[in-house]
Design a protein around this ligand. Structure first.
Ligand SMILES: [Zn+2]
Ligand SMILES: [Zn+2]
Length: 383
């Protein structure tokens, strides 16, 4: 899932009358909501964690364009990264590492991000397509090499978009769970928690709206097989990348540390970029893709990547994957043999996914002193 915009608007909670609306924005009278909340019993972690897991399951729904013909198969656990064409190439005895986002595991490690081994049959899957549409639509990117053609770049983009939309939709519910985090806490903390939840809600609503609108444009394109509006930058590697990723995000700071888009500015929509990194039968490929309406921002962002020297491009992509996405798969041997400073640095970036309180580091994507890998650049290009 793409990172949410950061919330910083904290409401001033003055004295509120018993019968006035609660300043938390719940719509309920103060006496029935936040009055005496500092005395309330705290919600045990395992209760909220259980609810979180329930909401996260998501729906079982085929995201294929609704006017594109009926589903002839059951909704399946569809791969967002191809099992046979990509994951199998980096697996060890059928398993890859994935980020463990289970709230119980996060509690156990005291917030430190952990990777867990996952079977490639289950890794990166989501119940967002029926078997027939999944098979038929993504055939051109599920077998063989990717040039990529414009159609292939579009399908990578569409798959990342659909998966992100699928995981983002339940975020409105999981965000509301945070409202109970202030029980038994002082009023100052209550105001902070509720202000955070409210601002986060606005950001989630906006980002879902933007993605639904992106999807409508893409759905239409599928029906007429015209992908002319898609823009992309790609890079082919000679060696097999030790990572795979499929994600959809709002770029903010680029590979030189410059801000390309202010995610806190609610006056305009945030523009989206998809990123796919795949091992394949030739070596590997990374594709950044976006709609022409997002060209001003995404092109600048991708240009900053293209401007890094070829011997640092793999490092830059490792940093980008761990910082900006949680839907990735890691080759086990590579991860286990990474020097400890490289592992520690990677885990710092993954904190974006296990700790809601970390802020944005503008320089996070700039290739630094740490060397992660070099998959050897074969070619770069634009579509
Ligand atoms: Zn309240
Ligand atoms: Zn279907």
């Amino acid at each position: 899932m793409g990172r949410n915009r950061r919330a910083n608007g904290v409401k001033q909670w003055g004295k509120t009358g018993r019968n006035e609306p609660c300043p938390c924005g719940s719509g309920v009278k103060y006496k029935k909501c936040h009055q005496d909340r500092d005395q309330a019993k705290q919600v045990p972690y395992h209760e909220s964690a259980k609810k979180l897991l329930h909401f996260r399951k998501g729906e079982r729904v085929c995201l294929y364009p609704s006017t594109g013909g009926p589903c002839s198969g059951q909704v399946i656990r569809a791969h967002s990264i191809s099992e046979s064409a990509a994951l199998a190439r980096i697996a060890r005895v059928g398993k890859v590492y994935q980020l463990n986002t289970n709230p119980f595991a996060i509690q156990k490690s005291q917030g430190e991000p952990q990777l867990k081994l996952e079977n490639i049959a289950a890794a990166t899957t989501f119940t967002g397509f029926c078997s027939s549409h999944d098979h038929q639509l993504f055939k051109p990117i599920d077998q063989g090499s990717l040039s990529p053609t414009r159609e292939q770049a579009f399908l990578l983009h569409y798959r990342a978009l659909c998966r992100e939309l699928y995981v983002k939709r339940p975020n409105l519910d999981t965000n509301e769970l945070l409202r109970d985090a202030d029980r038994g806490r002082p009023v100052s903390i209550q105001a902070m928690v509720q202000g955070y939840v409210a601002a986060r809600r606005v950001a989630i609503v906006e980002s879902i709206k933007q993605m639904e609108s992106d999807k409508q444009i893409c759905d239409q394109a599928i029906l007429v097989s015209d992908y002319g509006f898609l823009r992309a930058g790609y890079i082919r590697f000679c060696k097999t990348p030790t990572l795979a990723c499929s994600g959809y995000t709002q770029p903010s700071f680029d590979f030189s540390g410059a801000e390309v888009q202010d995610l806190a500015d609610m006056s305009k929509p945030c523009l989206n970029l998809s990123f796919t990194l795949l091992p394949n039968d030739h070596g590997g490929i990374a594709v950044f893709a976006w709609l022409d309406s997002a060209d001003s921002i995404c092109r600048t962002f991708v240009q900053s990547f293209m401007s890094t020297t070829n011997d640092r491009k793999s490092d830059a992509l490792v940093q980008y994957t761990f910082d900006s996405f949680e839907n990735f798969a890691v080759q086990p041997d590579w991860w286990e043999n990474l020097p400890s400073d490289a592992q520690a640095d990677s885990k710092m970036k993954m904190l974006n996914w296990t700790d809601l309180t970390v802020g944005i580091d503008p320089g996070t994507l700039i290739p630094g002193l740490i060397r992660f890998t070099d998959w050897e650049v074969e070619a770069t290009g634009w579509l």
